[in-house]
Write a protein that binds this ligand. Structure first.
Ligand code: BTN
Length: 322
């Protein structure tokens, strides 16, 4: 019921909706509606109530609410089950536990805060409370194990498209899956897969979005490298809407991938990438090498033409832009 009420207000932002209309749509008494509105107010929602006009949603709490995400989510599979925690070590760890307990494809774990958020290459991911989107998604794709990294690129494409849809900022993908604005990192993606006998069992896609952090929220050492959507757009990001927008984009891309394979995703990734056709430095076993890349291959590897005339396929590691 709460979800339906929030859905009606989400569909008509700024509009007044009368108690009568709400009670008709939800087939319950005006008193029941009033009780739900009171419950929502206690959770931090602010409603303006005007005689003869009805209720208008004028403020949302700075806490995530699953019902509110579901109220603006139109997907079939992805995000249909969402578990939200106040504080976790890492949503990734919780997602792996949930798979063991039988969680279905598309299940999502969210935390307001992580105390041991995991980043790529053994790094930690800074995840302060209430400021970002710290999320893990369970996937059970029927694909060969070597194709699993393609899902990282698919996730990056979906995230980039969702952010572009909501905010007017110039965001792009740095290979393989960092999202940058003005050269600074704003989102990171971490894919953890589990395989048995060379078969992919499941994947946990971890997504970290620095949504509403301010410069002073970052530790000193991150201030020059990281930024947030708020800092870049000047707008407080509605985290619930962004989660829903991302899950919807992801479902679209995932279906496209299952129907047509990686080729269309690769094309979209290449169009959104900021790592192609510019001087880059890549980390190899022999050290840093300079060059330029103009595409990725079917496995998502970066095809680099090195400045000494060689060619290099980069499957994992770091890229620096200069
Ligand atoms: C990176 O290093 O760029 C990847 C960062 C991924 C962070 C996210 S936050 C939600 C999920 N839980 C984690 O512990 N890590 C991922």
């Amino acid at each position: 019921m709460t979800e339906q009420i929030l859905r009606m207000f989400a569909e008509r932002p700024q509009a007044y909706i009368s108690g009568e209309e709400l009670s008709r749509a939800l087939q319950c008494s005006r008193t029941a509606i009033w009780k739900h509105i009171r419950r929502l107010r206690l959770q931090g929602y602010e409603f303006e109530a005007t005689p003869r006009k009805g209720y208008r949603l004028v403020g949302k709490p700075n806490r995530l609410l699953v019902e509110s995400i579901l109220a603006s989510l139109n997907t079939r599979v992805i995000g249909r089950e969402i578990a939200l925690f106040e504080c976790l070590e890492s949503t990734q760890t919780k997602a792996h536990e949930r798979v063991a307990q039988g969680a279905p494809e598309g299940a999502v774990i969210l935390a307001e805060q992580q105390t041991a958020g995991r980043g790529r290459m053994g790094k930690t991911w800074y995840s302060p409370s209430g400021k970002g989107i710290w999320m893990s998604m369970i996937l059970k794709p029927q694909i060969p194990l070597p194709h699993a990294p393609q899902l990282t690129l698919l996730t990056a494409v979906s995230l980039c498209r969702a952010i572009k849809r909501m905010l007017n900022i110039d965001i792009g993908i740095k290979w393989p899956n960092d999202l940058l604005v003005g050269g600074k990192k704003v989102c990171g993606i971490l894919l953890e897969s589990s395989a048995e006998d060379e078969r992919l069992r499941y994947v946990v896609a971890g997504i970290g979005i620095s949504a509403n952090l301010r410069r002073e929220d970052y530790p000193e050492d991150l201030r020059d490298k990281a930024t947030s959507l708020f800092m870049e757009s000047g707008e407080i990001v509605d985290r619930e809407r962004l989660i829903a927008a991302f899950l919807e984009e992801f479902e679209k891309m995932y279906e496209l991938f299952q129907e047509q394979g990686f080729v269309p995703i690769r094309t979209l990734w290449e169009a959104l990438s900021v790592s192609l056709n510019r001087p880059i430095r890549v980390q190899t076993r022999e050290g840093w090498v300079e060059g330029r890349a103009d595409s990725i291959d079917d496995y998502g590897a970066l095809l680099v033409h090195t400045s000494d005339g060689g060619e290099l396929k980069l499957y994992a590691g770091e890229v620096e832009h200069f």
